[in-house]
Design a protein around this ligand. Structure first.
Ligand SMILES: [Zn+2]
Length: 306
C-alpha cells in the first residue's frame, strides 16, 4: 500500500502506475515512447525541461543522491508533477520528437494530449535510464520498460549522433571526479584507468554495457509485472507480437502504426544491405573488435554474436 506521500495528483488525476521507458542511447526507447504517446488516454512526455534537469543531475552527479533515497524520490516526483501538467502550452518546451508524436506541427504550442479520457502518465526522455532506480523509489508502482539492442548497432548509431558524441568532449567528461560513473559506464578502478585510452566505439560500448548490467540488476530486484525488457530486434522483426506483449504489460492497447512503419523500413534497409548487419555496414572490423573487447561478455550473454 503506497503511503500518502507517494500519491501524485496531476490535473486532478492521481498518477497510477506511470510507465517509464529507458534504454541506452539509440536502443529504441524513443520509439516505444512515441508509440505509448499515440495510445489513447496516455500522456507521455519526452524531454520536458524539469525532467531533463533532474535526469542530468542524477546522471552527472549520482554521488550527490546516494543514500538520500527519500530526498531523491521527492525531487523526481516534483519534476514529474511539473512535466505532466497539461496546459495549453505544455508541449512547447518538449523535444521536437514529443511534439511530432503528438501530431503537433514543429511550431505548434500544444497541448500534446487531450485532457478528456486522460488516464495514464509516462515519460520517455533521453537518458532517463540514469534515474531508473530513483524512479522506482519515487513511484513504487511504476512500470519500467527497458529497450535493449545489439550493442554494436547501438554504438554505431551513437557514433553517428553529434549530440551523443558531444558528451565525450574533455570539458564535459567527469570521470576523474565522479566515480563510479554510470553515465560513462565506468564501474571499476580498472574501467577508470582504461578510459583515457579507449577509442570512441569502445566508449560508446561502455555506456551500452552499463545499461545491460542495470537490466540484470533490475530483474533481480523487481517483479515481472513491474519490469519489461524489450529487444529492439524483436520489435523490428515481429512488431505485432512485441506490441501485444507491451500492451499486456502496460495495460493499454499500444498504438502500432509507427512501429510497424519503422519495422518495414528496417526490413527494406536490411534487404539492401544483403548479408551484412547494421553495424557491419557502418563500422570497421577494428571498431567492432574494440566494442567486443569492452562488452563482449554482455553481447554474448544476450546472444548478440553473429
Ligand atoms: Zn511534449
Amino acid at each position: 500500500m503506497p503511503s500518502a506521500r507517494h500519491i501524485l495528483i496531476v490535473n486532478s488525476r492521481s498518477v497510477h502506475q506511470p510507465v517509464f521507458v529507458v534504454g541506452a542511447p539509440h536502443s529504441g526507447a524513443d520509439l516505444i515512447g512515441r508509440a505509448l504517446k499515440a495510445s489513447p488516454g496516455f500522456h507521455v512526455t519526452m524531454g520536458q525541461p524539469s525532467v531533463l534537469r533532474t535526469v542530468y543531475a542524477f546522471a552527472r552527479r549520482p554521488s550527490m543522491h546516494e543514500g538520500r533515497t527519500q530526498a531523491a524520490a521527492s525531487v523526481i516526483r516534483d519534476a514529474f508533477a511539473q512535466a505532466w501538467q497539461v496546459t495549453p502550452h505544455s508541449c512547447l518546451e518538449c523535444t521536437p520528437q514529443c511534439r511530432a508524436a503528438a501530431g503537433l506541427a514543429a511550431d505548434a504550442v500544444g497541448p500534446c494530449v487531450e485532457l478528456r479520457g486522460l488516464e495514464r502518465f509516462g515519460d520517455a526522455s533521453p537518458d532517463l535510464i540514469y534515474c531508473t532506480e530513483a524512479l522506482i523509489d519515487a513511484f513504487p508502482n511504476a512500470r519500467i520498460v527497458q529497450v535493449i539492442r545489439d550493442g554494436r548497432d547501438a554504438a554505431a548509431s551513437m557514433l553517428a549522433d553529434p549530440v551523443v558524441m558531444s558528451w565525450f568532449r574533455p570539458s564535459f567528461v567527469n570521470v576523474d571526479t565522479e566515480f563510479p560513473n554510470p553515465f560513462f559506464g565506468i564501474e571499476t578502478e580498472e574501467d577508470r584507468e582504461a578510459w583515457p585510452q579507449l577509442s570512441p566505439p569502445a566508449r560508446c560500448a561502455l555506456r551500452w554495457r552499463w545499461s545491460v548490467r542495470l537490466a540484470a540488476r533490475l530483474h533481480h530486484g523487481l517483479p515481472a509485472d513491474q519490469l519489461k525488457t524489450l529487444r529492439y530486434e524483436h520489435l523490428m522483426s515481429k512488431p505485432d507480437e512485441a506490441l501485444s506483449d507491451l500492451s499486456k504489460f502496460v495495460g493499454v492497447t499500444v498504438a502500432a502504426a509507427e512501429i510497424r512503419n519503422e519495422a518495414r523500413t528496417a526490413r527494406t534497409r536490411g534487404r539492401a544491405r544483403g548479408a551484412a548487419s547494421a553495424h557491419q555496414s557502418s563500422l570497421s572490423s577494428h571498431d567492432i573488435a574494440q566494442i567486443e573487447k569492452v562488452a563482449g561478455e554482455e553481447l554474448r550473454r544476450l546472444g548478440y554474436t553473429s
